[in-house]
Design a protein around this ligand. Structure first.
Ligand code: NDP
Length: 245
């Protein structure tokens, strides 16, 4: 029996990689995108293959619409597309809102919002004619916390994706597609170091009611549950995976 196909953006490391490995264990074949870390993406693919999946890596900057077209040409060759985990994202170094530049905002919104919306739209175009498919957008608890004095731009991009999740899910719900969000809290991944503050998650862990950071695997468990038939009456919702924060 053929395995359903799942596309994951940003699967070279962190939450995307954990989702890929769990999806492989749950029976999916994978198309895994990355931007700069080819070796990381290949390591994720190798782990998926060891669980019996096929896994193809694709370099694609989601800020580049032509790159998104390339990804979906591969999806169409392998298809049909059963699931999308819309995960690729960035933070920037901590900054006050008054110091934000046009260039920083452009990059943040191009990747976290415009790229993610175009990827979701392309997935819907493939899923809608078949009347089945699940999309999970990875947003953030920052969307309601605001991330003052750290990165309000990032928080704003994730709030945009939360309401996009609701709007898109309403558009397609009657066709059989489900569109959901996962809003992680402080999760131990390389993203904090890329933002210039590798210890950020550990340092802020005391603010979490559960008094600890989360793991990428704990996020992946929630993502794969939303994608499963156990969540068959859920769409339009964004689920916090935050230890209570
Ligand atoms: P990581 O930095 O560990 O991984 C980010 C992934 O996104 C990498 O695979 C990276 O690819 C990819 N990526 C970055 N920029 C681009 C781009 N321009 N085009 C395509 N892919 C890109 O981050 P996390 O795993 O922590 O984050 C995953 C998602 O979870 C993000 O959307 C993030 O905002 C969200 N999140 C994370 C939280 C956390 O505490 N970790 C909390 C809340 C939300 P490459 O490595 O190849 O460059």
């Amino acid at each position: 029996m053929s395995r359903p196909l799942c596309l994951i953006t940003g699967a070279s490391t962190g939450i995307g990689a954990a989702c890929a490995i769990l999806a492989a264990q749950r029976g999916y074949d994978l198309i895994l995108t990355y931007n700069s870390d080819a070796a990381g993406a290949q390591a994720t693919a190798d782990a998926c293959i060891s669980h019996g999946a096929t896994a193809q890596t694709v370099q694609a900057d989601v800020a580049d619409p032509a790159a998104i077209d390339r990804v979906f040409a591969i999806v169409d060759a392998k298809g049909p597309l059963a699931a999308l985990i819309n995960n690729a994202g960035i933070v920037g170094p901590a900054i006050r809102a008054t110091d934000l530049t046009h260039a920083r905002l452009r990059e943040m919104f191009d990747i976290n919002v415009i790229g993610a919306m175009l990827v979701a739209a392309a997935a819907v175009q493939r899923m809608e004619p078949r009347g089945t498919g699940t999309i999970v957008n990875i947003t953030s608890a920052a969307a309601r916390l605001g991330s003052a004095n750290q990165y309000v731009d990032y928080a704003a991009t994730k709030a945009a994706m939360d309401i996009f999740t609701k709007g898109l899910s309403d558009e397609v719900a009657a066709t059989g597609l489900r569109v959901m969000g996962i809003a992680p809290g402080l999760i131990e991944t390389p993203i904090h170091g890329k933002g210039g503050d590798a210890d950020r998650a550990q340092r802020l862990a005391h603010m979490v009611p559960m008094q600890r950071t989360g793991s990428a695997e704990e996020v992946a468990n929630a993502v794969l549950w939303l994608m499963s038939d156990e969540a068959s009456y859920i769409t339009g919702s964004t689920l916090d995976v935050t230890g209570g924060r």
